[in-house]
Design a protein around this ligand. Structure first.
Ligand SMILES: *Cc1c(COP(=O)(O)O)cnc(C)c1O
Length: 481
């Protein structure tokens, strides 16, 4: 996506692609939206697609594919073993990362399972800039502990720090010095998901890896959101301005012992896997793939998706392709700021993040502000976001609530999927909701699973606030959807 100056002075992102296949969408009336939210137990994961207008839940597996990806799917080589498609995917990863070995997995969390089962033992400590939900679940399931070492700026909602995903290198050094014998690996999450898709700088990644290696600790990159992180390094880091995306990728990957990713994000397709430089490390993890995923040349993925992923990985090296997400997110974030809506700044990758703590300060954290805001945004606009706050945390071992550091509602912008008028609609409905924020109340659990409760937990409002919201909507918008 090019930065093109408009004669009229308007600042909007301009697409460098055209739409050739479309999917019809419905926008159901606000009364039906309130009903659907109740049916879904006030959990946006449990909504049905037919009730959703803009699905901003996630960027996972829902990015638009290119014509070249679809064409590649037609030549996929479908064989159980020795598939030529797998060879092409491995060669692409070798070209981009310089890694010699690749273990396929059906998606990112399956790669996490394999890595955790191989390296994490009871009492292990896994330092990382910030956790991701599935990553933490795999580590704690095996009796390990997650140590988050993101710099303090990372969890500040409003900031002008360009690299909020950076490690606090002093804390990292201290932890490694004191406890390196309990630390099998350090995890680096590119495009740090749960704090708003925030990147690390190339400099910070390189320094963190050097520190880990000086204590004999393996470095593991979660590259699921590498694409956005590459864009931010290229556009925000002075020392990287003259490096190509390929060169930046190589600089990062050469510091890693293991690189894993969700192909649902990184490759504009569906799948995942683990890239490795060293043969011994590869062999250590290899047998888990046929046991849990599928044979070594597909690992639970469809060959068509692998073929699409290969092309998608190549397209990730094109700035016109990878800038689309961040530029749309920047547009949405800037427009919301103009209307006074509290959001995470600077805009990151993967989506626009509303700050529920300031949006609805009257809702106590024990009544899940981010979850409440998710329900309210859906009722107000048929827009499905994802709660990234206390509901997404796990309870402590003693059953007490673990209050999240931040209460965010993520509105993901899947890559190349939405048009600018749809983004404008979302901005409009969210700013209406902000002006009526006093109507929004809290939630409480009525069914609470013990792990990954945000996926299937069911809640209910603590007061009849959804009805009040529907009434206010009708008063404002009349017969409009
Ligand atoms: C999505 C994601 C994962 C998990 O990948 P899935 O393909 O959804 O299993 C892991 N890490 C990060 C940073 C992610 O964004």
């Amino acid at each position: 996506m090019a930065e093109i100056r408009f004669y009229g002075g308007e600042e909007i992102p301009l697409e460098l692609h055209k739409v050739r296949i479309v999917q019809k969408l419905d926008l159901v009336p606000v009364e039906r939206r309130a009903e659907a939210m109740a049916e879904a137990g006030f959990n946006t994961f449990l909504l049905k697609n037919k009730d959703i207008y803009l699905d901003m839940l996630t960027d996972s597996g829902v990015n638009a594919m290119s014509d070249r990806q679809l064409a590649a799917m037609m030549v996929a080589d479908d064989s159980y073993a020795g598939s030529a498609t797998f060879t092409r995917l491995t060669e692409k990863l070798t070209e981009l990362f310089g890694t010699e070995y690749f273990l396929p997995a059906h998606q990112g969390r399956a790669a996490e399972n394999i890595i955790a089962m191989t390296f994490v033992k009871k009492g292990s400590i896994i330092p990382m800039n910030y956790h991701f939900t599935t990553t933490k679940a795999h580590i704690t399931r095996l009796g390990g502990y997650v140590e988050e070492l993101v710099a303090d700026e990372g969890v500040k909602i409003e900031s002008d720090c360009p690299f909020k995903g950076n490690f606090d290198l002093e804390k990292l050094e201290k932890l490694l010095k004191e406890k390196h014998d309990r630390i099998p690996l350090m995890r680096i999450e590119a495009g740090t998901n749960l704090i708003g898709g925030q990147p690390l700088s190339l400099e910070n990644i390189e320094k963190a890896c050097d520190i880990a290696h000086s204590y004999g600790v393996l470095t593991v990159l979660d590259a699921s959101l590498l694409q956005d992180n590459l864009y931010f390094i290229k556009t925000r880091e002075k020392a990287a301005q003259n490096l190509s995306l390929r060169e930046i990728t190589r600089r990062i990957s050469s510091k890693m012992d293991i690189i894993y990713f969700s192909g649902r994000k990184l490759g504009f397709a569906r799948g995942g896997g683990i890239s490795i430089h060293d043969k011994a490390l590869y062999l250590k993890m290899r047998e888990l793939v046929p046991m849990f995923e599928g044979f070594l040349t597909y690992g639970g993925m469809s060959v068509r998706e692998m073929e699409a992923m290969t092309v998608g990985l190549e397209e990730s090296m094109d700035i016109d392709v990878i800038s689309q997400g961040p530029l749309f997110i920047k547009y949405m974030t800037d427009e919301l700021i103009k209307r006074g809506v509290p959001v995470v700044t600077p805009p990151g990758g993967l989506g626009c993040h509303l700050d529920a703590t300031r949006f609805i300060p009257h809702v106590r954290q024990e009544e899940y502000p981010a979850g409440s805001l998710a329900a309210a945004v859906y009722i107000a606009g048929g827009i499905r976001g994802m709660e990234r706050g206390t509901i997404s945390e796990q309870r402590e071992e003693d059953g007490s609530e673990h209050l999240a550091a931040v209460e965010l509602l993520r509105l993901a912008l899947p890559r190349r999927v939405f048009t600018l008028s749809q983004v404008k609609y979302a901005v409009d409905r969210i700013s209406w909701l902000y002006d009526n924020r006093n109507l929004i109340g809290g939630l409480k659990f009525i069914e609470e699973p013990s792990s990954l409760r945000f996926f299937f937990g069911r809640l209910e409002p603590v007061s009849p606030w959804p009805e009040a919201l529907v009434k206010a909507f009708r008063k404002e918008f009349g017969e409009s959807l």
